[in-house]
Design a protein around this ligand. Structure first.
Ligand code: AMP
Length: 305
C-alpha cells in the first residue's frame, strides 16, 4: 500500500438547488480513497456502525481499496452529516453532525499499514489524527485537512497536528477562521509558521491556491455547466493530489506538486457532477484523461514576450 487515509466514512443527507439525497454514502475518507484509487494503491482507516450497507462496502471493493483498517463498531451507528447548499456552492451550511461511532473511535493501524510512505489525515477529529501520527513509522509525506467543526471544537489538538505535517489542504473560509486573518496569503503564511511547509487553499469554483514559504501557485477550477453536488470536492481533490504523488511522483521538484494539483482539480471537477460518489466511482481512465486535456487547454497561454 502506497497511501493511507484516515477520515470519516459517512452517510450524508444533502440538499442543493439541483436536488436532494438522504443518507447516501459520503465521508472524507470515502471520497479521498475512491479518487486516489485511480492513481495508486490506497487503504482506508475509519469506523462505521452496524447499519453500514454491504452495497456501500462494495464501492471500496470495486476500487481495490484496502479496507483492513475499516472497523465496524458493534451496536453503533455510522457518522451522519446533513448539509445544505444555496446557489453559492462554495459554502455548505451544516444542519446536523451526528458523530455516532466517531465519538468513541480510537484507530488501530494494522501492522501492514505502519510503514506506509504517504499519509493523508482527512477531515476528522484532530485527536484521531494525532493517534494515527503516533502509530506510523516514518512516512515520506504527510498531508492533512480539517474544517470549522474541528477548528472551533478542538483547536488545541489541531495545532499539535499542524506541527507534524508537511501539507495542509483547507477551504478558504476555514483558512481564515484557523489563522484569524482575512487575507489568504497572510493566513497561509501564519499557518506555515505553525508547522506545514505548504498550504493548499481550496476556493470552490475559483480553484486552489498553493502557498509555500517562497512560492505561490494558482489553478482555476474547471468551469462546468453541470454542477449538481459539491460535497466531497475537497476530499476528491486531495485524493487525486496525494494519489498522483504517491504513484512515484514524490514531492520534489516543485513541478510535481503542480501536476498533483492538476490531478486533484480533475478529480474534484468530475466528482461534483453528481450526488454522492455516483460519478466519482464510475469513472474510466478515458474520462480522467479527457478532463485532464480540457483542463490543460483552459490554462495554457503564450508568453507576452
Ligand atoms: P468536502 O470535501 O469538504 O465537501 O467534505 C464532505 C464530506 O465531509 C461529507 O461527505 C461529510 O460526510 C464529511 N464531513 C462533514 N462534517 C464532518 C466532520 N465534522 N468531520 C469529518 N467529516 C465531516
Amino acid at each position: 500500500m502506497n497511501l493511507l487515509v484516515v477520515g470519516t466514512v459517512a452517510y450524508d443527507s444533502v440538499k442543493t438547488p439541483f436536488g436532494e439525497e438522504a443518507s447516501v454514502l459520503g465521508g472524507s475518507a470515502t471520497y479521498f480513497s475512491v479518487a486516489a484509487s485511480y492513481f495508486t494503491e490506497v487503504g482506508v482507516l475509519a469506523v462505521v456502525g452496524e447499519d453500514f450497507k454491504r452495497e456501500d462496502l462494495a464501492t471500496f471493493e470495486k476500487h481495490h481499496i484496502d479496507t483492513s483498517g475499516l472497523e465496524t463498531a458493534l451496536g453503533g451507528t455510522t457518522f451522519h452529516w446533513e448539509g445544505e447548499y444555496g446557489y453559492d456552492l462554495n459554502d455548505p451550511k451544516t444542519l446536523k453532525t451526528d458523530l455516532n461511532v466517531l465519538a468513541e473511535f480510537n484507530p488501530r493501524l494494522p501492522e501492514a499499514c505502519r510503514d506506509v510512505p504517504y499519509l493523508f489525515l482527512a477531515n476528522i477529529d484532530p485527536r484521531v489524527q494525532l493517534q494515527v501520527l503516533d502509530q506510523v513509522k516514518a512516512p515520506h509525506l504527510v498531508a492533512a485537512d480539517t474544517m470549522n467543526y474541528w477548528i472551533e471544537g478542538n483547536r488545541e489538538d489541531l495545532l499539535k497536528v499542524l506541527r507534524r505535517i508537511d501539507i495542509l489542504t483547507i477551504n478558504e473560509s476555514e483558512a481564515r477562521l484557523l489563522a484569524q486573518e482575512f487575507n489568504l496569503v497572510k493566513a497561509a503564511r501564519r499557518i506555515i509558521s505553525w508547522g506545514p511547509r505548504t498550504v493548499i487553499i481550496k476556493r470552490g469554483e475559483y480553484g486552489v491556491l498553493e502557498i509555500s514559504e517562497n512560492s505561490i501557485f494558482a489553478m482555476p477550477a474547471y468551469p462546468l455547466d453541470s454542477v449538481r453536488d459539491p460535497t466531497g470536492a475537497g476530499d476528491s481533490f486531495a485524493g487525486g493530489f496525494m494519489g498522483f504523488l504517491a504513484n512515484g511522483h514524490g514531492l520534489e521538484p516543485p513541478q510535481s506538486v503542480r501536476q498533483a494539483i492538476l490531478a486533484g482539480s480533475v478529480m474534484a471537477s468530475l466528482n461534483v457532477q453528481d450526488f454522492s460518489l455516483r460519478r466519482l466511482s464510475a469513472l474510466t481512465q478515458d474520462d480522467i484523461r479527457e478532463r485532464h486535456r480540457a483542463f490543460q487547454q483552459l490554462t495554457v497561454v503564450e508568453s507576452l514576450d
